[in-house]
Design a protein. Structure first.
Length: 535
């Protein structure tokens, strides 16, 4: 990845206040339910002209999920008697990357990866200096992506300083468990407690309700937002909402459907490997195994740990039936996808070659239960790409796995009467390019929406688009009933797709007809259902 190490390092560390700022705002302190928290004042490294903000890094919201608490629901953090110095980014939860290239693309590229620990249930808060318990701001609560197998709030791209300084909002980014540690699939975990990762997220939302006012956030004005698996997790919060509802709006970036999985098979394989299969309590035996040993084994064996459906708390049979029946959170929604979602995954699968053909693609899709894409489908929907190799494959997989699942979900929400808007991201910038033909790849919209683009090589168009998108995202959080600058679904005769960073408005938004992007879904949506993809 071609990023400026210097500029991203500033985002990662986050603390570089000038001497004057240090004298005026040194060590902001708040008192929450658990005790005193001492933060720091930070500027915005890639936008030095912005005012400083207050950052509180690594606040525990739960007890360490270690020992007997491994695979169990999170427990609220223990109070502390001495002031907590919340001035360093917390360690990531234990990560499971499919391969080194995946880690290279998604885990602080060009920078040292965040430290990892099983003791990882911490969160970061970024607030404008003007925020206080008597001058509260809207809150944006972030859930990261990573296939629910990896991810952390400590990545440079999730530094909330720019959003706080530019848009006068409070940003909360949390860590939560992933892979086996977040979705053990153990039959010994009681119903309602299986998806500990989702329970982490819900406990963190409770923490926000109880404590965010002390940082200057308004607990009645919380918007949840997430990307990729984080967008999927937002969907599960919408479809299986906590009560009382701890948010009033939601943003889903590149959300996807989840495959029903082989989690129990994976769990049993881990138990067998560590000699726990015949133990009196398999789960207690596994709780004695060093966490890093489990991490190494599940990574080496490429084991899958999807969320457990019908857990009685956080996941129903699927999200879509709840949404279609209207049994989900009654909040405004912003949802969208990127123009080249699939490019990075095709590259990771070794399909970014000149020899890639529809036949090659169909052979790969068959491994995941999808029927083939016919020549007639290609000629009907992609006539200009029929001989375009990688561009054709990228377009097909993007539509199959992202465009059409998002259309299905958005249409269901629209039919229920909830206000919903759709976006489509097309921004492509050299200082964020993974490889020459990556395009607007999966997660490339994050630096634009957060203002965490690298300063080195940033173009005027890139800076302007980021400023615009930060305004859209934060404006929605501040006043979701007012909505988004382009028409909501069902309000403008199908001309309702807000295209961000496209040729018509490279530094802003151009509204286009939905059918320009959705036409292939007449064929692809049934394929998703036939393949057993859960919404």
């Amino acid at each position: 990845m071609r990023f400026s190490q210097f500029s991203l390092l500033g985002l990662l560390v986050g603390v570089h206040a000038t001497p004057l700022e240090q004298r005026q705002n040194a060590n902001p302190t708040v008192t929450i339910n658990n005790g005193q928290v001492i933060g720091t004042v930070t500027g915005v490294s890639n936008q030095p002209s912005l005012p400083p903000i207050k950052a509180y890094l690594g606040i525990p919201y739960a007890k360490p999920p270690t020992g007997s608490r491994r695979f169990a629901p999170p427990e609220p953090a223990t109070p502390w008697s001495s002031p907590l110095r919340a001035q360093q980014l917390p360690p990531a939860c234990l990560q499971q990357f499919a391969n080194e290239k995946t880690k290279q693309y998604f885990n602080n590229p060009t920078l040292p990866p965040p430290a990892e620990s099983e003791d990882c249930l911490y969160l970061n808060v970024f607030a404008p200096t003007s925020a206080s318990p008597t001058r509260t701001k809207a809150v944006m609560f972030w859930l990261y992506g990573g296939n629910n197998q990896f991810g952390t709030a400590s990545l440079a791209f999730y530094n909330g300083s720019s959003l706080a300084a530019n848009e006068d909002v409070v940003v909360v980014a949390i860590n939560y468990r992933t892979n086996m540690f977040g979705f053990s699939n153990s039959p010994q975990v009681p119903r309602g407690q299986q998806n500990s990762a989702f329970l982490d997220q819900r406990l963190a939302l409770q923490w926000v309700q109880q404590n965010i006012k002390q940082f200057g956030g308004d607990p009645a004005r919380v918007t949840i937002f997430g990307e990729s698996a984080g967008g999927y997790d937002v969907k599960q919060l919408l479809a299986n909402p906590p009560s009382p509802l701890p948010f009033r709006a939601a943003i889903m970036q590149s959300q996807n459907q989840a495959s029903a999985g082989v989690g129990l098979v994976s769990y049993n394989q881990v138990a067998s490997n560590f000699g726990c299969s015949t133990a009196p309590s398999v789960i207690d035996c596994l709780r004695q195994v060093p966490a890093t040993a489990i991490q190494a084994y599940i990574t080496e064996e490429s084991l899958s740990f999807p969320d457990v459906t019908e857990d009685g708390t956080s996941v129903g049979k699927q999200a879509l039936p709840n949404i279609l029946s209207g049994q989900f959170a009654n909040v405004p929604v912003l949802i969208g996808t990127n123009n080249n979602e699939a490019s990075v995954f095709l590259d990771l699968f070794g399909l970014n070659t000149g020899s890639t053909t529809p036949a090659t693609l169909n052979a790969t899709l068959a491994q995941y239960g999808f029927e083939g894409i016919s020549d007639s489908t290609i000629q009907t929907f992609y006539p200009n790409l029929a001989n375009a190799g990688f561009k054709l494959i990228d377009r097909i997989v993007t539509d199959l796995l992202f465009t059409c699942s998002t259309k299905t979900l958005a249409d269901a929400i629209k039919l229920s009467g909830r206000p919903i808007w759709r976006y489509w991201y097309e921004g492509v910038f050299p200082n964020l390019s993974l490889f020459p033909n990556a395009g607007a790849w999966h997660s490339s919209e994050i630096p634009s929406a957060w203002g965490t683009y690298p300063a080195s090589g940033a173009t005027r168009t890139q800076i302007a688009l980021s400023k615009y998108m930060q305004g859209v995202w934060a404006g929605f959080a501040k006043n979701p009933s007012r909505g988004i600058p382009w028409p909501r679904l069902g309000s403008n005769n199908g001309r309702e797709l807000g295209v961000l960073g496209g040729e018509g408005a490279p530094s802003g938004e151009e509204t286009r007809p939905l059918i320009e992007k959705d036409a292939p879904c007449a064929v692809f949506s049934p394929l998703l259902i036939a393949a057993g993809q859960a919404y």
